[in-house]
Design a protein around this ligand. Sequence first.
Ligand code: SF4
Ligand code: SF4
Ligand code: SF4
Length: 293
Amino acid sequence: MSAVDDRNDSHSTPQRFGLLRQKEKGYYSVRVKAVAGNCTAPQLALIGELATRYGRGYISLTTRLNLEIPWVKIADVPVVCAALDEAGLSTGSTGRNVRAIVCCKGTVCPHGLYDTQETCRELDRIYYGKPLPAKFKIGIAGCPNNCTKAQFNDIGIMGQRVPQFEASNCTGCGACVVACKARALLLDEDGTLLFRQSLCLNCGTCIDRCPHNAVRLLAEGVTLFIGGTAGRRVMAGLPLGMRIPLSACPALVEAVLVVFLQYGEPGERFRSMMERVGPELVLSTIRDVVQEL
Ligand code: SF4
Ligand code: SF4
Ligand code: SF4
């Protein structure tokens, strides 16, 4: 049975397939997944055509980078879904599973420390739609500017570059002080550079700005935040507190999902599970995976 056939199965839940019942009887909003927030221009044109023909001529953008065609009559849902399938698009990102993964435009953003959209596509290929005790959200930020608010996802991923200062090379020119938006750098009255590490966000900007090779790259990679949530409950995820290579992301996501499948109760969000079983169980499991990398 194809995905479209499934949608017509009266025993299935339409919402599971990205078909959201509206307040108005007989109408659905069809949620179209845009992997990594991208659609090709022809795909976007098709969605527009479908919205004009079967909806009311407009498209809604969701907070997780999906597109919805509202006002589709229930009888028209199969033809809309078939047209989307044919264009390589799918409906979904609903239900108790890994939802559409959100990433920023770090791929092209001047601040991006890694290819966020490719990371998103890779995680989407492996984990999107994986059944879990409750919905599960992953957010990817290319740098500590954190446009995707990584901490407020079940797993947040953020690129970081850690600076190391070489006092012997520093001339006190102040270029890094001007560049540091976190105000982690100061020059004292003598022109000596002061590094307030507790304020440093590990964005790495000072590394690029120093003209005297006095700021070196100590470490780079991504860091994770685990168990964040936003919505009815707003809780920041716990920082993993270490950087890992980008290539290790799938293994760490896998480790978190295995814990969720093992300990989560039906309908229980990951954050609630963490609070019930103790966050250290989750964090220690992840750190064990990191040690084995
Ligand atoms: S989080 Fe950083 S890399 Fe991503 S869009 Fe924002 S500024 Fe750019
Ligand atoms: S890494 Fe970023 S936040 Fe940290 S000192 Fe350098 S510029 Fe400031
Ligand atoms: S930019 Fe380099 S040389 Fe200038 S104050 Fe900063 S660390 Fe020192």
